[in-house]
Unconditional design. Sequence first.
Length: 398
Amino acid sequence: MPLISKKGNDLPESPIRKLVHFADEAKAKGIHVHHLNIGQPDIHAPKEAMAVVKDNGLDLLPYGSSEGSLSYRKALSNYYAKHNISINPEEIIVTTGASEALAFTLNSICDAGDEIIIPEPFYANYNGFAAAASVQVVPVVSLFDDQFKLPALAEIEAKISSKTRAILLCNPSNPTGYLYTKEEITALGKLALKHDLFFIVDEVYREFIHDETMEHFSVLELPGMEEHAIMIDSVSKRYSMCGARVGAMVSRNKSLLATALKFAHLRLSPATYALMASEAALSAPEDYLKGVVKEYTNRKETLMKALNDIDGVRVSNPTGAFYCMVELPVDNAEAFSKWLLTDFNLDQETVMFAPAAGFYSTPGYGLKEVRIGFVLNEEKLKRAAQILKSALAVYNNS
């Protein structure tokens, strides 16, 4: 039998999707599963985006440019300008989701065996993107008790070696919801300059800030970082368009962009309909995003209250994105999450979480934690918390 590659065999499973099979089996038994494991918003996309797909007048679907249409890149530039980010259309490569933007970035800046430093817990697929590019993740642990704030700069600097190519983080963070401050981003930028590293920031949750006293600060706002700063972006969460798979790699480094464009040529061009919908979404009125952010903030407050009322449960307080990390009174959160799908229901309902160990690269961390996305309406979040409370009582007494 022909052999499968070591790279493929070693590729880590997604903690977000690894229990899907058990959820499907539960549904087949007539059990309703509340999906809090995945960042799939239930809020409607802008009507402008959906209308252009339904009524577009196209007679065929042609190839587009590998870097994405100029009109969309101009629209993105205008969007960024509203957020104090001055970017030209030529400094944007449109990608198939933020996933492809990250894959292009790692393959453009790293060779096999190179390293990237990431504060953990981090978006689980970073492990996968790194493994696919034969890159080693070097984690720096941020702590639940500190609300997952940036670890001490000395800890991060101590991880830098001759193989280090970049520092990567998500701001606001998936999975923790932590919003890195201007001071923290600036400190990391200075560290990247000092050691001549790239500084990659995944900013797909930029709009979702739940504390009115705080603001998002982009890596592209840092002065003197023209050759070092890379921003990753996407329409998936901002406009409830996860299935569009349209993202962007943004940088002022011309050599980097030229290299990434060669990878873009390999996949020819972004999907035509998705690109049209994404451009139309940018024309949605400002009230659309304001309403979305307010809804997520309300959901966050509802979920925090419900979870904090469960004995033995500890919850992080996210200031951004739409996730929180939750520590459960169990020995193994993955085993418990699987049990919820295979052996438990409350009046034919159960709930699905993302076990948090997969959001860490350091073995042994996150074993009692799950990531919960507040992506369902408030009544469903209350019900999910009721199910969790009942499930913990049964699980810990069995």
